[in-house]
Design a protein. Structure first.
Lengths: 236, 318
């Protein structure tokens, strides 16, 4: 029997022990990604679909879990642990994002198998995925503070997410200097560019720019998660 | 912020403690102190603020105003404070998809126990709580009573200096309650202090040194158990089970009636030393169809509360 000594170990053990949920979690992204990557769909649509999929996987999981924890009284128990709220939230969201990364890893491997020649985009793709998953988890965590049910949290996550994805140029390519500049303020744009590159499409930035942008957002999201610990975990 | 010293012997001290909710409910201006080895009982009907007060003391809720010092330290988020608190909240919340032992192990390690010490403590506590055979069962399969016992294990595992228990005997069977009482009595001998919310008057009378009565969020009375009981010394509690609900018209005017309440078809009356229980029966028989049972008992803390507020404590109806 695996025994959890830390918060991330606990999250990992619970994830591994729920076998049915584990199979579903790992299988459902592939069901969407396989036709997108292997069917020869236009790269622009495949990149849009995969970026949205990764963003939604990151956002919904943590929000739903934290809402359920709040309702069951687990959040209150977490509050009484001898751990600062910032570290607690960072450990929880970090481990959730890592589990989400495992969930999307088969998609990334699928892209690699289909387009082995786009290796220059791989660091940016991995970094962009990590950044978007952590930001998605943080968005879900914040949404959980105003939600009464896991269903409600999905609504609160999707409502801001869709316009943000649009602004990031995920649905239609950004045009004009202002919109282009604004897309660079959106973490999703770096992932989208990296997916486009990895699928042998036509990204508008270089691989190192996407890598650097994604890295900046990953560090920023980690810092913000630490700072929002009290607000998220001590919200009534 | 400083550690508790000889000049500040209280493990816990709260002053002017308030927490207001929207709608006007909450806890208002409560002061309390807790010395080593002391057991403090918080009593009051549902909605009186017991759980809110305990959550503030347990660092799970933030006061709107007032302050709390734990071991002389006023920072509720200081890990050194929380490591010395053992908390059992009202909801038996666990990670349902992990076993009872995995849950307890996680909390033990979070409170800084080494793997070796956690193993020893958990073995002893799982045997004590009667959960040893169910330790590898998922918590999702536990009954409410088992979840509450697991909460107790988790609250006790790190040998806290203060135990905070919300309705600790809820869902425990008679044996479990007895074992809990013995355990708490033993712990207080080593200096562990206990704060508990409960309306089990017999538990409080047997275990608690000091009691706070809460009503509508306010501290309406406090004192040592014998002092509070002396207020109803010589009185009698009459409990009548009726076949149909009735009002208390006429009953409160009866000479010798100190307090009376009715909930559903149960009437409780506190009679002074010289009052005759038979007269209660006579008054009620005019309005009620028939009294099915009548019991005359020695007065309890529940009767003290009834005298003060006119409200019956839920569990004291037993």
């Amino acid at each position: 029997m695996m025994l959890p000594a830390t918060i991330w170990q606990r999250e990992a053990i619970e994830f591994a022990q729920r076998r049915r949920a584990l199979v579903i979690k790992l299988a459902f992204p592939l069901l969407i990604a396989i036709p997108l990557v292997l069917s020869g769909a236009p790269v622009i649509y495949a990149a849009m679909g995969i970026t949205m999929l990764i963003t939604i996987i990151g956002s919904i999981g943590a929000g739903a879990v934290l809402t359920r924890d709040r309702q069951s009284g687990l959040t209150l128990r977490y509050r009484t642990l001898p751990v600062t709220p910032g570290r607690l939230l960072l450990e929880r969201l970090g481990s959730n994002a890592a589990i989400d990364f495992l969930q999307v890893l088969p998609i990334l491997l699928l892209i690699w198998l289909r387009h082995p020649g786009t290796v220059a985009w791989w660091p940016a793709l991995v970094m962009g995925t990590a950044a978007v998953l952590l930001i998605g988890n943080l968005l879900g965590a914040v949404a959980s503070t105003v939600s009464d049910s896991p269903g409600e949290v999905m609504l609160y996550v999707v409502i801001p997410l869709l316009p943000l994805l649009f602004i990031a140029g995920v649905f239609t390519p950004a045009t004009g200097p202002i919109w282009l500049a604004v897309t660079r303020l959106m973490p999703f744009s770096y992932l989208h560019e990296a997916v486009l590159g990895a699928l042998a499409g036509s990204p508008t930035i270089l691989p190192w720019e996407a890598l650097l942008g994604a890295f900046g957002f990953l560090v920023g999201a980690a810092g913000l998660t630490g700072r929002l610990g009290r607000r998220v975990l001590e919200a009534e | 912020m400083k550690d508790a010293t000889a000049s500040e012997p209280n493990l816990l001290a709260a002053s002017g403690l308030s927490r207001r909710y929207r709608g006007g409910k909450g806890v208002f201006d409560v002061n309390l102190k807790l010395a080593p080895g002391e057991i403090l009982g918080l009593m009051g009907p549902n909605g009186s603020g017991k759980t809110t007060l305990l959550r503030m003391l347990a660092t799970a809720a933030t006061p709107t105003s007032g302050g709390i010092k734990w071991f002389g330290n006023s920072n509720p988020r200081d890990p050194s404070v929380r490591r010395r608190l053992g908390i059992m909240l009202d909801q038996p919340a666990h990670f349902d998809q992990m076993t009872g032992y995995q849950n307890a192990w996680f909390f033990a390690r979070q409170f800084g126990l080494s793997a070796q010490f956690a193993r020893e403590r958990l073995e002893e506590l799982f045997n004590w709580s009667g959960l040893a055979e169910a330790r590898d069962q998922l918590v999702a399969e536990y009954s409410l009573g088992m979840k509450r016992r697991l909460n107790l294990v988790e609250a006790l595992v790190h040998r806290p200096a203060i135990l905070m228990l919300d309705e600790p005997t809820l869902a425990l069977d008679y044996r479990g309650e007895l074992e809990l009482i013995e355990r708490l009595q033993l712990l207080t001998l080593t200096g562990t202090a206990v704060v508990m919310t409960t309306n089990d008057v017999h538990l409080v009378e047997r275990l608690c040194d000091y009691v706070l009565f809460l009503h509508e969020g306010r501290l309406i009375r406090e004192g040592r158990v014998p002092d509070l009981l002396s207020e109803v010394a010589g009185s009698k509690e009459v409990e009548l089970q009726l076949n149909s609900p009735t009002s208390l018209d006429g009953l409160r005017e009866l000479p010798g009636v100190e307090a009376a309440s009715v909930e559903g078809d149960v009437v409780r009356v506190v009679l002074g030393p010289d009052a005759n229980p038979a007269r209660v029966l006579a008054v009620l028989s005019d309005t009620a169809d028939l009294v099915s049972t009548m019991r005359v008992r020695r007065p309890t803390l529940g009767d003290v509360f009834l005298k003060l507020t006119g409200v019956t404590l839920p569990a004291s109806r037993r």
